[in-house]
Design a protein around this ligand. Structure first.
Ligand SMILES: Nc1ncnc2c1ncn2[C@@H]1O[C@H](COP(=O)(O)OP(=O)(O)OP(=O)(O)O)[C@@H](O)[C@H]1O
Length: 381
C-alpha cells in the first residue's frame, strides 16, 4: 500500500463519532412519515387548549419507535410552549415516584430533592407549573412493557391520566411504547384505566433493505469522511441488518468496520473489515439460531455453505444430489432438514419458476460464518 493511503496515528475516519451512538437523535427521520403524522394528529388538540390523545407504539426492537418519539418531542419543544412533552425510560424509571420525578424535573428545570418528597407534593408542583404555563402534558412511557411486568402499568396510567381530576389541569396524553409483540398493552389495562385510556395503535414494521440502506447512508454522510465506506460494502451491511430486522445491527456494523480499518491505518473500509465486524456482532445471533439443530441439520448447513461459497447451483434438487454423496439421508429427511434450517432463520427457501417443490436455497449469512458455527457440535444443551 502506498504510504499516502495510510492514516497517521492521530488521524481518524470519523467526522463525528457521536452519530453512531444509539442515543443519537437524527435530524432527518426517514420512512416514519406515517407514524409521525398519526402521532402529531393525536397531539394537535393540545395546541388549541384541549387534552392530547394517547397511543400505544408497537414494533420489534430497532424499528425507530424511540427515535420517532424523540424527534417529535424535540420538534414540539421548538415549536410551542402549549404542550410539554416528557420522555421517561421505564427500564430505569418504573415506579410512580420515579416517573413523577422525571415529569417534575422537565417542567421545573431542576431535580426534586431526592428525599422527603411525597408523591402528592410532586403532583402539586407539576400541576402548579402546568397551570401557570397554561400548558398540556404528554408523557412517553418508553419500554412500558417493563411497567406491565412489574405490575405497575395500571397504577401509573391511572395516576397520569386522572391527574386533571384533582389538580385542575388539562387531561394528559400518554404514548406507551413496547417492543414486546406478545404483549397487548391496551388489553393489559383494567376497567378504571380503560375509561380514560383510549389509545390509537401505531405500528412500526422492520425496515426493508432499501430503507436500511438509506438510513445508514445518511449516518455515513454525517459521521464519516467522504470515501471511507465503499457503496458495495454499505449494500452488504444493509442486507445483513435488514435480515436481522434491526437497524441497530447496521449502525454497529458500520462503526465497527470503520474502527477496524482505522486500527489498520487504512483510509477506506475493506471487505475484511465488514467480515470481521459481522463475526463480532452477528455471529452470536447465528450461534443462537444454530443452537438446537441436530447433527444432520448442521452437516447439511455446512454443505450448503460450501456450495454457496463455490457459486454452485443452489436449487434444492442440485443441493440434494451433492449432499447425498456426503450425508446418509434420503429425500424426505433432506427436505425436513432443509425446512428446519429455514425455520431457524439460517436459509431462505425461495420458490423457483420451475415445477414442483423446487426451491432456491439462499444462505442468510456469510458462508464462512455458517460453516464455522455449524461445524461445531451444539453444546447449548
Ligand atoms: N427512521 C430512522 N432514521 C434514522 N435513524 C433511525 C431511524 N430509525 C431508527 N434509527 C436509529 O436506529 C437506532 C435504534 O432506533 P430506536 O431506538 O428508535 O428503535 P426502537 O424501535 O425504539 O428500539 P427498542 O424497541 O429496542 O427500544 C437509533 O440509533 C436510531 O437513531
Amino acid at each position: 500500500m502506498r504510504p499516502g493511503n495510510l492514516l497517521r496515528y492521530d488521524q481518524t475516519l470519523f467526522r463525528d463519532p457521536e452519530v453512531f451512538e444509539f442515543t443519537f437523535v437524527p435530524e432527518l427521520l426517514h420512512h416514519r412519515d406515517a407514524q409521525v403524522r398519526e402521532l402529531a394528529c393525536l397531539l394537535r388538540p393540545a395546541l388549541r387548549g384541549a387534552g392530547p390523545g394517547s397511543a400505544v407504539l408497537r414494533g420489534p426492537p430497532g424499528t425507530g419507535k424511540t427515535t420517532t418519539v424523540r424527534r417529535l418531542f424535540a420538534d414540539i419543544e421548538d415549536a410551542t410552549k402549549k404542550l410539554v412533552p416528557v420522555y421517561v425510560n421505564c427500564q430505569y424509571d418504573r415506579t410512580p415516584l420515579a416517573v413523577y420525578r422525571c415529569i417534575f424535573e422537565r417542567l421545573s428545570g431542576y431535580a426534586p430533592p431526592s428525599t422527603g418528597r411525597h408523591l402528592d407534593d410532586l403532583k402539586r408542583g407539576i400541576a402548579v407549573r402546568l397551570r401557570n404555563e397554561d400548558a398540556g402534558l404528554v408523557v412517553c412511557l418508553d419500554d412500558a412493557n417493563y411497567l406491565a411486568a412489574a405490575g405497575r402499568l395500571n397504577t401509573l396510567l391511572y395516576q397520569i391520566l386522572r391527574l386533571y381530576e384533582k389538580w385542575d389541569v388539562r387531561k394528559a396524553g400518554v404514548l406507551a411504547v413496547s417492543s414486546d409483540l406478545t404483549l397487548n398493552l391496551a388489553a393489559e389495562v383494567d376497567e378504571r384505566v380503560r375509561s380514560v385510556f383510549h389509545p390509537t395503535e401505531v405500528n412500526f414494521l422492520p425496515y426493508t433493505k432499501a430503507e436500511v440502506r438509506e438510513i445508514l447512508a445518511e449516518r455515513i454522510r454525517q459521521g464519516l469522511y467522504p470515501g471511507v465506506m465503499p457503496p458495495p460494502l454499505l449494500d452488504r451491511i444493509a442486507g445483513i441488518a435488514a435480515e436481522e430486522r434491526d437497524i441497530r445491527v447496521g449502525i454497529d456494523l458500520v462503526r465497527l468496520a470503520v474502527l477496524r480499518a482505522e486500527e489498520d491505518g487504512r483510509r477506506r473500509v475493506d471487505p475484511v473489515d465488514v467480515t470481521g465486524a459481522v463475526r463480532a456482532i452477528v455471529a452470536p445471533v447465528l450461534r443462537t439460531r444454530a443452537a438446537g439443530l441436530s447433527e444432520g441439520e448442521r452437516a447439511l448447513a455446512c454443505r450448503i455453505a460450501e456450495r454457496s461459497r463455490e457459486g454452485a447451483d443452489m436449487t434444492s434438487g442440485a443441493v440434494f444430489e451433492a449432499a447425498k454423496e456426503y450425508l446418509p439421508v434420503g429425500k424426505t429427511t433432506y427436505h425436513e432438514h432443509l425446512k428446519r434450517l429455514a425455520e431457524a432463520g439460517i436459509v431462505d427457501l425461495v420458490p423457483g419458476t420451475g415445477r414442483g417443490r423446487e426451491r432456491e436455497v439462499v444462505l442468510r449469512y456469510d458462508p464462512d460464518e455458517v460453516a464455522a458455527v455449524c461445524a461445531r457440535p451444539d453444546r447449548s444443551g
